[in-house]
Design a protein around this ligand. Sequence first.
Ligand code: MG
Ligand code: ZN
Length: 226
Amino acid sequence: MHRTKVRIVEDALDANNTIARANREDFDRHGVTVVNLMSAPGAGKTTLLERTVSDLDGLRVGVLEGDVQGSFDADRLASLHIPVTQLNTDPGFGGECHLDANMVRSALSSLPLPQLDLLVIENVGNLVCPAEFKVGEDARVMISSVTEGEDKPLKYPLMFRACELVVINKIDLLAHLDYDLDKFLYHLDQVNPGVERMLVSARTGEGIDAWREWIAAAGERERALA
Ligand code: MG
Ligand code: ZN
């Protein structure tokens, strides 16, 4: 019984990976770097993007905005005059709480890939399943806000392991919280030793230059290869 269940999950992830590879080939053909941005709801993904995506040294940036319903975040980003495509998991994908490769594939035709150097995919806010589904990205970034508590790497280890960069957001609130940053970093190193991390406040702009440089470098890397 258990073995059958494991088998079904493995087959589903294999199928996802096959579609993710096809997405990746399409992105590569157009010389587009893809960053998959993941976090819990409310960690500040959209605010972080608002702060940076229209200001990246001539890099042409687009956003694929994943949400269960609605277009609140896409509307915010569209006001920055960059191409934003909304991808809702409800209706169409059963209201799923993550993006998978097939959903992203379904949105490819509405993305202006030939006009982009960098595509940021803002995943559905969720600390569990987005980590399990590759979508064809070059890099995965996880945002953890200090309001979420320092235990999160231990509670959601896969998410903190499945990324190349951890952005610790809302550091302007540290003075008002009982959050122990050293403890968080200790927990982070327990699940993903030495993973690159940066401290930012998307609200005040503190530390945001490091994030801007990171994401610009990600975009440049692919452009140099194209
Ligand atoms: Mg958002
Ligand atoms: Zn999910």
